[in-house]
Design a protein around this ligand. Structure first.
Ligand code: FES
Length: 290
């Protein structure tokens, strides 16, 4: 989209933003990526969330230049962009570490050891919530529920899962990250990328790892198994127009939990079939990392 110069409304000439500090090739790629984002939506302003991730992939946080760039590309004011960027915790307003280590301290993880993990990591790394280690490797965060409670307590590194953690495994994980040693999540993708790389993925530019992992694990399926053993089923719709076809939904797809549903899809990638025992188990798969 054609960008109009961003004005501050104060009579002060606008800062040149990225034009003054990014090399021309990078700036051209950034503008091409921004155009690809706005093309996804009928109204360009709908692309603000991925656009904020895009500028984070350049600066490692939503910088002032990044705010101006988003405003320029989407026809918004800098104040409108800042209002969104300051609302969501995934957007960082100061330089982030290479890895965000997020410890879930929401209710279930907290009682299962999340608070102890956070305290241990905080002391080990010498930083508190939303602070970054001096070497720039790790930003430590308390995070809210990641919908992974069946694997509590959960630690995430750049939003990849490290399940069933302990203070010991979490500090060893942090040490590996700071030393540049490869680490492998306990499910999902087989590796962890940098915060900038993850930000680009979240902007909607896949890195090819999305299909790694993905099969529901035993803790997630435990309730389904018990329901089948006891013959429990979901309540049926009461009205005729809501009634699904026998053995499926109104679209003919199997209900969640039924044979053939997504929870039981066949393994599709090598990492689907890779063993990923709990941390500390002998013979832990995926490169033996925590
Ligand atoms: S409480 Fe930690 S993932 Fe839900």
């Amino acid at each position: 989209m054609t960008a109009e110069p961003v004005t501050t409304g104060t009579g002060v000439p606008p800062r040149p933003g990225y034009d003054a500090r990014l090399d021309p090739d990078l700036l051209a790629r950034l503008r091409a990526d921004a155009a690809a984002i706005t093309a996804r939506y009928p109204d360009p302003r709908s692309g603000l969330l991925p656009m904020l991730h895009l500028v984070q992939s350049v600066d490692g946080y939503v910088s002032r230049d990044g705010v101006l760039f988003c405003a320029e590309q989407l026809g918004l004011t800098p104040a409108e962009v800042s209002a969104v960027a300051t609302f969501y915790t995934q957007y960082k307003r100061h330089p982030n570490g290479t890895y965000t280590v997020g410890v879930c301290t929401n209710t279930l993880c907290a009682v299962m050891g999340g608070d102890a993990i956070f305290d241990e990591l905080s002391e080990h790394l010498g930083v508190g919530h939303d602070e970054t280690t001096e070497d720039g490797a790790i930003t430590l965060e308390r995070v809210e529920c990641n919908a992974a409670c069946d694997y509590a307590p959960v630690v995430m590194v750049n939003w990849e899962f490290f399940d069933n953690q302990t203070p010991e495994t979490a500090t060893a994980l942090a040490d590996d990250l700071r030393a540049g040693r490869p680490v492998a999540p306990t499910r999902g993708a087989a590796s962890v990328c940098t915060f900038k790389q993850m930000s680009r993925v979240l902007a909607g530019f896949p890195d090819g790892r999305a299909d790694e992992g993905g099969v529901a694990g035993e803790p997630t399926l435990a309730g389904l198994r018990v329901a089948r053993e006891r013959g429990w089923t979901a309540p049926q719709p009461e009205t005729a127009h809501e009634a699904p076809a026998a053995g499926g939904t109104t679209t003919g797809e199997p209900e969640a939990g039924e044979p053939g549903s997504s929870a039981e899809r066949e393994p599709a990638t090598p990492s689907d079939t890779t063993e990923s025992p709990h941390p500390g188990d002998p013979g832990r798969g995926k490169g033996e990392a925590r």
